[in-house]
Design a protein around this ligand. Structure first.
Ligand code: HEM
Length: 238
């Protein structure tokens, strides 16, 4: 059991980060070169400002706001929560002074970011059991949403145990020891993790296991739309 947990928390994290970084870079390069080629041959009226307009369109999908305001609201909450989640994970690696311009706990949100993410993901999944979303959904869409839901559920449980139920054996200091070891290539597991792999430490292993699968799958999945939104909006402006 200890060996499995060690494998998930260290070698598998390195593998996941390597696939995520190299895969996203390769896919990103393919998208940008494809965009350049398409822009060269694109026809139709120019829409100005080209790049800034495309950027705003990718970030603020006003057509969705106009046609489906409720859905657009959930999308906005989801993307803002994702941004705060990434900042929160960066702060779990080490102190980042600039992030504390607005004083906050690490990770921020007292568990509410995880709860909002879970609710938004549940909405994205459940709507795919009904038309019209069901008609355009592929099995991959359900698997990705389920994997995201599991990673978020266990991550959030870790945070709620500390923020709402005063659990303290494993806290931000231990996470920073673990995560900074990963990023400085001196991987180690804090003693608190290894005491016994039940309860909180096991939740962490489950969280990181599903997160690793997500990071490995990201470059080859339609989550890559995150990288496509801007090029497609830019192409439409010719
Ligand atoms: C796609 C990848 C990931 C997703 C979606 C994700 C999601 C989350 C969520 C939702 C939370 C709880 C935040 C809250 O409730 O406010 C969380 C906390 C956490 N995650 Fe992740 N995570 C990911 C990757 C990782 C990875 C790769 C690691 C470590 C190698 C990690 C370690 C942690 C830790 C240590 C916490 C803190 C728990 C606490 O506050 O006690 N996460 N994550």
């Amino acid at each position: 059991m200890q060996a499995v947990c060690y494998f998930v928390l260290i070698p598998m994290v390195y593998a996941a980060l390597a696939v995520f970084i190299v895969g996203t870079a390769v896919q990103g390069a393919r998208i940008i070169f494809g965009l350049k080629r398409s822009l060269g041959t694109a026809v139709g009226p120019e829409k100005r400002p080209k790049t800034l307009g495309a950027f705003c369109e990718a970030l603020l999908p006003w057509k969705v706001w106009r046609d489906r305001p409720f859905h657009a609201g959930i999308l906005t909450v989801f993307h803002v929560a994702c941004l705060l989640l990434v900042l929160g994970h960066v702060e779990l690696i080490g102190e980042v002074g600039i992030f504390q311009i607005i004083q906050h706990d690490v990770p921020p949100g007292r568990g509410w970011i995880g709860i909002l993410l879970f609710a938004a993901l549940a909405f994205f999944l459940l709507r795919r059991f009904h038309s019209p979303a069901r008609d355009i959904s592929e099995p991959e869409d359900y698997y990705i949403l389920l994997l995201l839901l599991l990673a978020v559920l266990f991550g959030n449980q870790l945070h709620l145990a500390r923020a709402w139920f005063d659990y303290s054996t494993v806290g931000v200091d231990e996470y920073r020891e673990y995560l900074s070891g990963i990023f400085t290539f001196q991987p180690m597991l804090p003693e608190a993790f290894e005491d016994d792999y039940v309860g909180h430490s096991f939740l962490l292993v489950l969280h990181v296991f599903f997160a690793n699968l997500l990071l490995m799958w990201f470059p080859f999945s339609n989550m890559l739309h995150a990288l496509l939104a801007f090029p497609l909006a830019r192409l439409a402006r010719r």
